[in-house]
Design a protein around this ligand. Structure first.
Ligand code: MG
Ligand code: MG
Length: 288
């Protein structure tokens, strides 16, 4: 019964997945495994934020998902920390205020990045690290947009979090929708073949559990929904709050990563469509 509802969640978050060429990555039991793993979490680092170079600000996909997951984890009594870069910092802080999150939110510096990330791992001592729509380093060590723009001049690579985290025995989870996000490295051969610019942009670093979604925010909401099912209590915020969050992050400058405009949409999908996905997930959790 619960397994069927996990599969329903998976179907919802994979809406439009074929548009990015990722439908060949089967979801299997990744969602269930990720949620089982998070049930044993204590402290969770969430890393997000994707620069849109044409606008020099972060996109609407990623931060909302990170806030949604942080909220669900805090409701379960877990401690979270959100890491991003300077381009998405303000929108995350503003969103966190709406949700009343306790999470510390910091920007990863562009200089001495790995040393900074190492310090966070030592200080925060996470049990889990979750990447949600965070640029991942490609084979050549650079971070690319879906169109193949080199973002490494502007943004720090967060790959070291996963690399060092894995060596320390920390569980890693990733949510992605394009193949260029941190944590998708386990599927890079497939991404080379099936995603536009795949050979250039594919992430080289994999995750223990990978959630592939039509839009990364939906994947993160799917985690919050599946966690709710597993914990048998609602860990998602109400649908109205999703609207408030999108308004707030757009008011802080966030742009749609596809249209590159300051508008209340995500990856080219309207506010209504995004809200529709969120409401579907809420319904699955309450069993309607
Ligand atoms: Mg993406
Ligand atoms: Mg996206």
């Amino acid at each position: 019964m619960k397994r069927n509802r996990f599969q329903e969640i998976d179907r919802v978050i994979r809406t439009h997945i074929e548009k990015r060429g990722l439908e060949g990555i089967s979801s299997g039991s990744a969602l269930e495994q990720a949620v089982d793993s998070l049930a044993g979490s204590e402290r969770v680092i969430i890393v997000t934020g994707f620069l849109v170079q044409a606008c020099m600000i972060g996109e609407t996909d990623g931060p909302i998902g990170a806030l949604s997951l942080s909220h669900a984890l805090e409701r379960m009594g877990r401690e979270t920390m959100i890491l991003t870069d300077s381009f998405s910092l303000e929108m995350l802080k503003r969103g966190a205020k709406i949700l009343g999150l306790k999470a510390r939110i910091e920007a990863i510096p562009l200089e001495e990045t790995d040393a900074y990330l190492e310090r966070q791992l030592m200080k925060f001592s996470p049990s889990h690290i979750v990447a949600i729509e965070r640029p991942g380093s490609a084979e050549d060590g650079r971070c690319y947009s879906m169109n193949g723009e080199d973002l490494s001049h502007w943004i720090p690579s967060a790959d070291h979090l996963f690399e060092s985290g894995k060596a320390m025995g920390i569980e890693t989870i990733a949510v992605g929708d394009g193949g260029n996000e941190l944590g998708m490295g386990g599927y890079r051969d497939y991404i080379h073949r099936s995603v536009a610019n795949g050979r250039k942009i594919a992430s080289r670093t994999g995750a223990d559990h990978l959630i592939v979604a039509g839009v990364s925010n939906w994947g993160a909401h799917g985690l919050a929904a599946a966690m709710s099912l597993q914990a048998e209590r609602m860990l998602m915020y109400p649908a109205d709050t999703e609207t408030d969050l999108l308004s707030a992050i757009v008011a802080s400058g966030a742009v749609d990563g596809v249209t590159k405009r300051t508008e209340r949409s995500v990856d080219g999908y309207s506010e209504e469509e995004n809200l529709g996905i969120y409401k579907k997930l809420l319904k699955i959790v309450v069993g309607e």
